[in-house]
Design a protein. Sequence first.
Length: 473
Amino acid sequence: MRAAGPQSRSRPRRPPAGRSPGTRRGGCAGGTERGWSHRHGGLWPSPRSNATRDGAVRAAPAPRPTSSPSATAPCTPRPPTSGPSRSTSGANRDRERSQSLAPSPLAPSRSSTLRYYETIGVVAPVGRVASSDHRVYDEEDLDRLIWVACLAATGMSVAEMRQYVSNGQLGPSGAADQVRLLQEQDRRLTAEAQRIALRQRYVRLKVEYWRAVQAGDDARTQELSEQARAVADELARTKKNEQHHPRSPAPFAAGPLKVPGANYSEETMASLLALTDVMSTGYHAAVSAGVTAGSTVAVVGDGAVGLSGVLSAQLLGAKRIILLGSTHQDRHALAREWGATDIITVRGEEAVKALQDLTDGYGADAVLERVGTREATQTAFAVARAGAVVGRVGVPHDAPVDAGGTFYRNVGMRGGPAPARHYQPDLLEAVIAGSINPGKVFDLSVDLEDIADAYAAMDERRAIKALVRVGDR
């Protein structure tokens, strides 16, 4: 709601010159809106739009004859007027926005569609006019909107659209990833087309079945019934094959996991031990946050779980991994070894600003929060880009989440206690193959009688994680 200015309190508001009282700001004569509709996710031009489905812009239709000369004013921006600026006037804001958009007839409402894709993190944040705080859109934004909308029309997910936009900015170096994304989408569309064809076949058989019933043709009725049953069975098999993870009352539950082979080195044994706790927890944070190949990941916290989150992000193919809040050089070295590309040593608002600077204002595609404090939680949600997910595995203590702030930026939250057994088979294979070495978090080894010293070392941050030896190996 815009606060009323002094002038609007002192006298009734009058419509600007050249516009009748029945015309809305930003619209055409008669209050009609010309632009992109939010129908089906804001993908296609509205019925009165001047934009065709292929993105071309056709000439605006001639205004209809009317008895009111002011109502026939064409849908074009009015020139700026001289005089003092009224900061609370909607007319001035509209003039500034119109100047940046002229003369495109898509101007009045394409901003809402671009703002939608910006909010869910598909397109980059768009610049703003300093005096009006309104978004400034140009033809490049329109081009980006058109091809993003086309991708959405094919059913591509938001995460894949974000990746596609990111790859597109890389030019030839991103071509291979673009081909992979589109081939995967083609595979899904092919499967969907096959399912639709089966459903259509079933419906047509049932049409013929009921015609046979109507005609009293029992033999034909029986034949069509058997054919329809066969198609229904095929549909059921297709649906069953699509269920990659069979449902169960406890989907993450499983029996003991046997480690193949024997006589592993001390280093491998430490890595196997890490899979029972810290590595699986860090991996759970990465999976919960939706880390994908080529993404930018922020990790809040440099403890054993945080560093394991760095390693997990690298394992999942993250292109950029930013570690926040770390001030210990030994941890920096391990984070770098495990794939961290940037390390931010400050915390709080300074850390948020530093990450925004590193990402050109975007924020992180996925955020791993593994501390649980109020400051760490606030930082995690503040550095998440619009449409991102925060993978939260730090046990929360006095760490509320600002529901309003996350709601309007479409920032999600997942996570909790890690289902370690669910991830261990894949992580075990990676350890045995030598792809990862999570056992390096154990930088202190003690005997059972010295366990109190081990806890003190971790509490004082003299050790990342302590390994306790019980008897002979």
